[in-house]
Design a protein around this ligand. Structure first.
Ligand code: PTJ
Length: 253
């Protein structure tokens, strides 16, 4: 179906199209479409813009990834089809591999996603699992021994709840991109960027480029981040925005 570019919700409709095409190409799962809908609802509460709180988290997350010895960018069926080029660009900026890690894992899906990322310009893509994360029952436990298994900082985005806790128990740091500030991923990550993934990723890459000349000490200072406080701020932002909207809502009176 052709979406007219002048449609007021063109960008959002195009994202849905990308996910539907990703499903047809065997990369996104149907559950991923449901997950995206939940994200859209939270994005409404944010006003579909990167907030100053998200910008602060992006800066801290970028510094944490730059300080890593072995950073890894985890990719699932949603992020692979929503923003493959941006994932590839961030991988190059950080000199980090992309690793396909799936909740609804099949080898065929993982292989297709890896191919898609490579054709979008990703240089290092890991998708074969030859190791397991302890303390995790889901298929996400299956990882690459040279990627997530050996990593010290992992970027996760648009993801279900139990992996961040398992990665943390192994002593890894987690930077998460998640529109739901109440999700387990958001609550357990070291730095949670409450923003839409296609908006947040280019900003994250830009931050990495802009901080190239900083010393490790300066990056450490920036990476020191109170995630709980930032999440509280996001909830307050959403609540205040809703109150403001309730005062001006045309149906009021
Ligand atoms: O591809 P797979 O097999 O790894 O499966 C991927 C899904 C997304 C199906 C799986 O991880 C899942 O079920 O995730 P959840 O539990 O629905 O959680 C997804 C989280 O991402 C929710 O908190 C959503 O609000 C959030 N989210 C959805 N779309 C976006 C988003 N966050 C940022 N940007 C988005 N576009």
């Amino acid at each position: 179906m052709r979406i007219p570019p002048e449609h007021p919700r063109y960008a959002s409709l195009m994202q849905r199209e990308r996910l539907v095409r990703g499903f047809e190409a065997g990369m996104t799962v149907l559950q991923g479409l449901i997950a995206h809908g939940r994200g859209e609802a939270f994005d409404y509460l944010l006003g579909e813009k990167t907030t100053p709180l998200a910008a602060a988290a992006i800066r801290a997350g970028a510094a944490m990834l730059m300080l890593a010895r072995k950073p890894v960018i985890s990719v699932n069926g949603n992020t692979a089809v929503l923003c493959p080029e941006e994932l590839a660009r961030l991988g190059r900026a950080l000199n980090a591999p992309l690793e396909v890690n799936l909740f609804y894992r099949s080898e065929e899906r993982a292989r297709r996603i890896a191919e898609h990322l490579r054709s979008a310009g990703a240089e290092r893509v890991l998708w074969r699992a030859d190791a397991e994360i302890e303390g995790l029952e889901s298929e996400r436990r299956k990882v690459s021994s040279s990627g997530i298994y050996a990593s010290d900082v992992v970027l996760v985005a648009v993801e279900d709840g139990d992996r961040t806790g398992a990665l943390k128990r192994l002593g890894k740091k987690v930077v998460a991109i998640d529109l739901n500030p109440l999700s387990r991923t958001a609550q357990e990550a070291d730095v949670t960027i409450v923003d839409e993934v296609t908006r947040a990723l280019p900003l994250l890459t830009a931050q990495v480029h802009s901080m190239q000349r900083l010393s490790a000490e300066e990056l450490e200072e920036i990476a020191r981040f109170d995630n709980a406080e930032n999440l509280r701020g996001v909830l307050e932002f959403m609540a205040e925005r809703l109150l403001e909207l309730s005062r001006t809502c045309p149906g009021k009176g």
